[in-house]
Design a protein around this ligand. Sequence first.
Ligand code: ADP
Ligand code: MG
Length: 215
Amino acid sequence: MTISPALLPQLIGAIVDVIENNAHEVTALDQAIGDGDHVINLQRGLQALMGEREALSQLDWPAAWQKIGMTLMSSIGGASGSLYGTLFIALSKAGKGQAITLQSFADIFSLGVDAVKLRGKAEAGEKTMLDVYIPVADYLRAAVAEGAALPAILAAIPQVAIVGMESTRDMIATKGRASFLEERSRGHIDAGAKTGQLMICAIVDVLLAQLDGTD
Ligand code: ADP
Ligand code: MG
């Protein structure tokens, strides 16, 4: 089975829904240790993507990632806008000129996450969205290297994302607004890690349903 950008309208729709359904909970997280605007920021970006979803579905992956990155960067703005924008623009750069397969995507996604680390000057363990994206990228590369098949990989990813999201609870934030709270940032899940986990789980659900339909 090939996963083509024709799936993008469905993927974007699923992400819009999961963020909407968890908006209250995530806003409370960002209010506890940030400024409370994370969901609104993200929704602004997602609404912009909704407007482009049909156009995106006509592109190839690298072109779609480029357009998604530019759209997120300009519509979200602020710290997280540049991080999401950087992720997708880096995916596009890494994927340009090659076939997008499970194997190549594992490397492309890792390069995208590396670009976010550089952009945010952040590593794992700093209580950010990266505490979800880094373990998922690492898992994906390791699973592909071991020869795991797509259904097994998809089945395993949600748990990796959830463990990463949960791990931010006991961390002290050293990046972003939450870092101003120092020790008091402990005890709250990071909002960007939570939305990262929710979005990854929503993507996995769409892809698993797609696999079911074609097997
Ligand atoms: P802002 O911080 O500008 O209010 P948001 O509220 O939309 O932006 O996003 C906050 C999220 O961004 C945090 O929960 C965290 O996950 C992530 N974040 C903040 N700073 C960084 C950074 N330097 N590197 C990676 N992620 C970061
Ligand atoms: Mg905020």
